[in-house]
Design a protein around this ligand. Structure first.
Ligand SMILES: [Zn+2]
Length: 298
């Protein structure tokens, strides 16, 4: 694997694709294609209770019908757990992780708020209280920082220790956390460019830190605006975003291109999918992608 550009789209199979996921797919796909690179598809199916039966098939069928063509076999995170175990083992050997017995309630009582919820107060850093059982494995973030040049948002700098705190890499119920799994996959599978929604901007900082600790190559990042509903909530399965109609590609792809600032001409809505993708590949410019999230009602 030595492509100069290797990107990926990594949906969670907790339901059918919605407009927000299509925006991320379109952005990452066009960046890969206009760089002559590879575009891989990864299914983030580690959190088994969240995986909805039939969702993987629905996602694959939808992407096919929208004319996306991915390289290589589909990567399933559920088949990559030996790699995550090895990464966690390596961090444990170096004393960089520790077991934590705290419940959400324990943490809420002692924590200050960070960029995304409470910052872990460090209760179990020097060992759990006697008689308590580990609920999670956390990463030490003492002095942790991440700095990166985002392809859309420009220079980003994060003080992970104070903004996020020691974060969870593994849960006692046997699930590897997104930050560990995603970092290991991107690093080990040679992804050079991560293009995804800005809702994952803080995650990227943590993943860059994990990649550095594991000695894996750090990809370039570009974070796309996220689609929100009229009340300003991110479109997601949780906010009951309407699943898209995969049988009508132009009705999904043209609005996604418009949302990404690419100004597709109105007549693209009536053309066949090949012509539409040709137009998109010829005219795609990451520099036109807006920095801020917006509502679809525009
Ligand atoms: Zn703890």
């Amino acid at each position: 694997m030595n492509a100069a550009y290797r990107g990926r789209f990594a949906p969670t199979p907790s339901g059918p694709l919605h407009f927000g996921s299509i925006v991320a797919a379109v952005g990452s796909y066009l960046e890969a294609r206009t760089h002559g690179g590879e575009w891989h598809l990864r299914i983030d199916d580690l959190d088994r209770p969240r995986v909805v039966p039939g969702a993987v098939d629905s996602i694959l069928r939808c992407l096919e019908q929208l004319g996306f063509e991915w390289d290589g076999p589909v990567i399933y995170q559920s088949q990559r757990t030996p790699a995550y175990h090895a990464a966690l083992h390596q961090l444990r050997q170096r004393g960089l992780v520790y077991p934590c017995a705290c419940s959400r309630k324990d943490i809420a009582e002692h924590a200050v708020m960070g960029v995304e919820g409470p910052v872990y107060p460090g209760t179990c850093r020097d060992g759990m209280l006697p008689g308590r059982e580990a609920r999670a494995v956390r990463l030490r973030t003492t002095g942790a920082r991440a700095e990166f040049e985002d392809g859309v948002l420009g220079l980003q700098a994060r003080d992970i220790e104070h903004e996020a705190g020691d974060f969870v890499l593994y849960r006692a119920d046997g699930v590897f956390a997104f930050h560990l799994a995603s970092a290991v996959d991107d690093g080990e599978l040679g992804m050079t460019d991560i293009v995804r929604g800005a809702d994952l901007l803080e995650s990227s900082a943590r993943q860059i830190y994990v990649l550095g600790l594991l000695g894996l190559p750090v990809p370039r990042y570009a974070h796309l605006p996220i689609a929100v509903n009229a009340s300003g909530e991110k479109l997601s399965k949780q906010t009951h975003a309407e699943p898209i109609d995969p049988c009508q590609p132009a009705r999904v792809l043209v609005p996604a291109l418009r949302f990404l600032g690419q100004a597709p001409p109105q007549e693209l809505s009536g053309v066949n999918i090949r012509v539409l993708w040709d137009w998109a590949a010829t005219n795609w410019r990451l520099a036109r992608v807006p920095k801020t999230s917006s509502s679809l009602s525009e």
